[in-house]
Design a protein around this ligand. Structure first.
Ligand code: XMP
Length: 512
């Protein structure tokens, strides 16, 4: 295996991801626990991550001496390079012209690190991000790659198999970085590709068993990919010690709650409580128009409903959650920062403290696409894994103006027809997220010989990678015409359909 010592970089998890992609098991330990992790794991190779600190600061993090004494190969990135060089007798200085972003490294000498990838005498794009730099290499080290502002861009000791880079091979902006990491892991450390999502599954199952013992776990199941995969993994680990609760708030898409319940009960034999809380939620939301008030009501009712059900079960010691790695970095890097709340996303925050539960979060190390692979590994159907994202507050935030039961029902029908057309035309997987919005505006129309005065439905479809930015989807007008006709003909209460051509920014994906 490979041990990654984390010096606090925002992208350490990407190193793990790249190593996993090469089929090798790895584990990340924070630098404070590096020595203990190194002893426990007995890795065949070690990677030092980057980090925000400056090695020139007194008390800044260092790598354990035991790692150098053991003789295992080391790849040291950015801050890792600086601490390694300093610890082995080189010098590092701060305050130089910092090099951030893209740079070109020129290769001066061949190395197993770039065998089959980079040639001597040529230049390759890499991504740099650091203010300090090495000014004298330790004894036995040699510079084999330089860039205009980084005379020690690649500095190695081939005999000891120590490789250091000032750039970040783990990010996509270093296009060949994944292959460099693969060379390190396979050619230098000498590991084989024998790790897979199947192995991750087995390993997580064991970890969950160790954590939970014979105690009880509850999970909120929303029908989203993350909570579903987390629940299945926990179920595989502890079986009936897990109870899942699906709070049906009446704000889901057409038939969705029933489909989710049927799948988990029938195919997975999972203990699942389907709580019908439709009246409770829709009752309190009746007439509420302010988007943040809607979210707050839904968040509070969700916690109350979940708590009531959990109490009926006699409580639980653990709360299972499908927290992903990006949720972890966001909450760490932005905590206390001057960030502005655009929308208060709803989750089960606050419950673990209120109910005195510990968290079980088996997906904390994974990215969304890895969760999908794991879901497939656990037997979830493709149609389920590939579903568009759906917000926790559901259709309530797609009914601008006051929410009413009637409007929710109209919207649910229109949305189902729209998605049906998208699927029939083979567009579902091309679009990142698509949905209908019911506007609080009535317009005049004519149907048959009569005048109508009904609601306007807006259709939305966007392409995106991560939901942070998005472009509106460029439909063929014939498609839009067909979807509009069907919605107007088949849904009572809508007599006009419009298409939203706003990208994000400046719009957000949802209307509220
Ligand atoms: P926006 O509208 O902020 O949406 O561009 C980005 C992504 O987040 C989803 N979204 C939410 N998800 N609770 C959620 O769980 C929320 O309150 C919420 N608001 C937006 C949205 O559907 C899109 O995928």
């Amino acid at each position: 295996s490979v041990l990654i010592i984390d010096f606090g970089s925002q992208v350490t998890q990407l190193i793990a991801r790249r190593v996993r992609e090469t089929g090798v098991f790895c584990e990340i330990v924070p630098f404070q626990k590096a020595e203990e992790g190194f002893e426990r794991l007995k890795p065949k190779g070690v990677i030092f991550s980057g980090g925000p600190d400056s090695v020139t600061r007194d008390g800044s993090p260092r790598a354990p001496q035991a790692v150098f004494d053991s003789g295992v190969p080391i790849l040291a990135i950015c801050y890792g390079q600086q601490t390694m060089c300093l610890q082995l007798g080189g010098t590092v200085e701060g305050g130089h012209a910092a090099e951030f972003g893209r740079a070109d490294v020129e290769i001066l000498k061949a190395s197993p690190l770039f065998e089959g990838i980079w040639e001597v005498g040529r230049k390759y794009p890499v991504w740099m991000s650091h203010g300090d730099r090495v000014t004298r290499a330790p004894e036995g080290f040699e510079v084999i790659g330089v860039s205009p502002h980084a005379p020690f861009a690649i500095c190695v000791n081939e005999e000891k198999r120590y490789y250091t880079t000032m750039f970040h091979p783990e990010v996509v902006h270093t296009p060949d970085g994944g292959r460099l990491l693969s060379n390190f892991v396979h050619k230098i450390v000498g590991l084989k590709s024998d790790w897979s999502m199947a192995a991750y599954r087995a390993e997580m199952v064991q970890k969950i068993r160790d954590q939970v013992g014979d105690k009880r776990v509850i999970c909120a199941l929303s029908g989203g990919v993350d909570s579903s995969v987390a629940a299945l993994l926990i179920h595989e680990a502890v079986g009936d010690q897990l109870t899942c609760i699906l709070v049906d708030h009446g704000l889901m898409r057409k038939n969705e709650a029933n489909e989710v319940v049927a799948m988990f009960r029938e195919h997975y034999n999972l203990h699942l409580i389907h709580v019908d809380a439709v009246d409770r939620f829709v009752g309190e939301l009746e007439g509420v128009a302010d988007p943040e008030t809607k979210r707050k009501i839904i968040g509070r009712l969700f916690i109350e409903t979940f708590e009531d059900e959990a109490k009926k079960l006699g409580g639980a010691d653990f709360l299972g959650q499908g927290t992903l790695y990006p949720d972890v970095i966001e909450s760490v890097s932005f905590s206390g920062g001057p960030s502005v709340t655009i929308k208060s996303h709803h989750n089960v925050g606050g419950l673990p403290e209120r109910m005195n539960m510990q968290l079980v979060e088996p997906l904390r190390e994974l990215f969304k696409d890895e969760v999908r692979v794991l879901g497939k590994e656990l037997g979830l159907p493709d149609s389920f894994i590939g579903r568009h994202p759906f917000p926790g507050p559901g259709l309530a935030i797609r009914c601008p103006g006051g929410v009413t039961k009637e409007k929710l029902d109209i919207l649910r029908e229109a949305d189902a027809i729209y998605l049906d057309e998208i699927r029939k035309n083979g567009l579902y997987d091309v679009i990142w997220q698509a949905f209908a919005v019911l506007l609080p505006v009535q317009t005049v129309g004519v149907m048959g010989d009569g005048r109508t005065y009904e609601y306007v439905c807006a259709l939305r479809a966007v392409t995106s990678v991560d939901g942070m930015t998005a472009d509106f989807y460029h439909y063929d007008m014939n498609f839009l015409g067909k979807a509009a006709t069907r919605i107007i003909n088949e849904v009572r209460g809508i007599n006009r359909v419009v298409y939203d051509v706003t990208s994000k920014p400046p719009g957000t994906i949802e209307w509220e």
